[in-house]
Design a binder for this molecule. Structure first.
Ligand SMILES: Cc1cc2nc3c(=O)[nH]c(=O)nc-3n(C[C@H](O)[C@H](O)[C@H](O)COP(=O)(O)OP(=O)(O)OC[C@H]3O[C@@H](n4cnc5c(N)ncnc54)[C@H](O)[C@@H]3O)c2cc1C
Length: 278
């Protein structure tokens, strides 16, 4: 049960949602967009979060779009993770999200919620980073479409009240050879110890990580090392570790040394798997 009262609004389009957010904020209300609601409801029940109002964005047509438009795949921010896997327009994204939580919860967790929520894993982000996906938002400067790699630094840097509407992926990038692996401690639905997603584009390998350190990341230096033909696999692993943007950390699921060992073997596996791929 949520032990406090709050107002609930359902927006029918992006402008209505954003304007309502600003109107409530100007009245000093604590307001959140409501997408799948799994995080908001869990935190509210546990008393970890409090709000005066929620703005449900599930009726916004842009947030529900799920289609191929010419050379682009359009993914609305309110699609749930199972919908993404079922249509499977982007196989690497499907693989990366079908390991999050259990099937029932994936009917609820949305793509937009996974990218903007508080939990650090954000496993749906990795395929978007490696394919240089773009995101469309509405905020104080109206509608904007920008590269996700320019906006993500430890978290998605949205302005206050800025609403994520869509994710756009180039179809040719979504069809490239890929590698994906996720290590867990116990069951498949546990949080990851390490999650890696990579694509091969010509001779380049683009790779992103979650759960290795405190935040997910893709890093240009690491991409270059992965594709460097003058280095063998072991040299690459050593160099990558020297260039990580955040230290490999321990958490409840694994110690630092164990994570490092998994990291080494996953990188070896990734390089072998993508070696002949084209
Ligand atoms: C049981 C369970 C297991 C999980 N396991 C994993 C896991 O293994 N890996 C993993 O990566 N994640 C995992 N998660 C985390 C989950 O992906 C996030 O909690 C996510 O935020 C839930 O999405 P939602 O749509 O329910 O978000 P909501 O609860 O609706 O919203 C979460 C936050 O994001 C904001 N938000 C949502 N959509 C938008 C938008 N379009 N624009 C701007 N802000 C927005 C909301 O305002 C709110 O602050 C798990 C969650 C649960 C409940």
């Amino acid at each position: 049960m949520i032990s406090f009262d709050f107002d609930y609004y359902k927006a029918n389009n992006a402008k209505e949602a954003y304007n309502k957010y600003i109107e409530l904020e100007n009245k000093n209300k604590d307001v959140f967009y409501y997408n799948g609601g799994t995080e908001l409801v869990t935190y509210a029940r546990k008393g970890k979060i409090n709000f005066d109002a929620l703005i449900d964005i599930n009726n916004i047509p842009a947030c529900r779009e799920h289609k191929i438009n010419g050379e682009k795949i359009i993914l609305g921010a309110s699609l749930n993770l199972n919908q993404i896997t079922e249509k499977n327009y982007f196989p690497l994204l499907s693989k990366s999200v079908q390991v999050i939580a259990d099937h029932t919860t994936r009917n609820q967790i949305t793509l937009g919620g996974n990218l903007t929520g508080r939990l650090p894993y954000k496993e749906a982000l990795l395929p978007l980073l490696v394919t240089d996906a773009k995101i469309t938002t509405i905020g104080k400067d109206g509608f904007k479409t920008r590269k996700i790699t320019d906006l993500f630094d430890k978290r998605l840097k949205l302005n206050k009240g800025e609403l994520l509407l869509q994710i756009i992926v180039r179809k040719d990038k979504a069809d490239l050879p890929y590698y994906q692996d996720r290590k867990v401690k116990q069951s498949d639905i546990d949080y990851p110890i390490i999650h890696i997603a990579a694509i091969k584009e010509n001779d380049d390998i683009k790779v992103a990580f979650s759960s290795l350190s405190a935040f997910p990341f893709r890093n240009n230096k690491i991409d270059k090392i992965m594709g460097n033909k003058d280095l063998d696999n072991e040299q690459k692993i050593t160099k990558i570790k020297d260039n990580l943007p955040g230290a490999i950390n321990s958490n409840q699921r694994a110690g630092k040394e164990y994570k490092e060992m998994l990291f080494d073997s996953t990188i070896r596996d990734c390089l072998e798997c993508l070696r002949g791929a084209n």
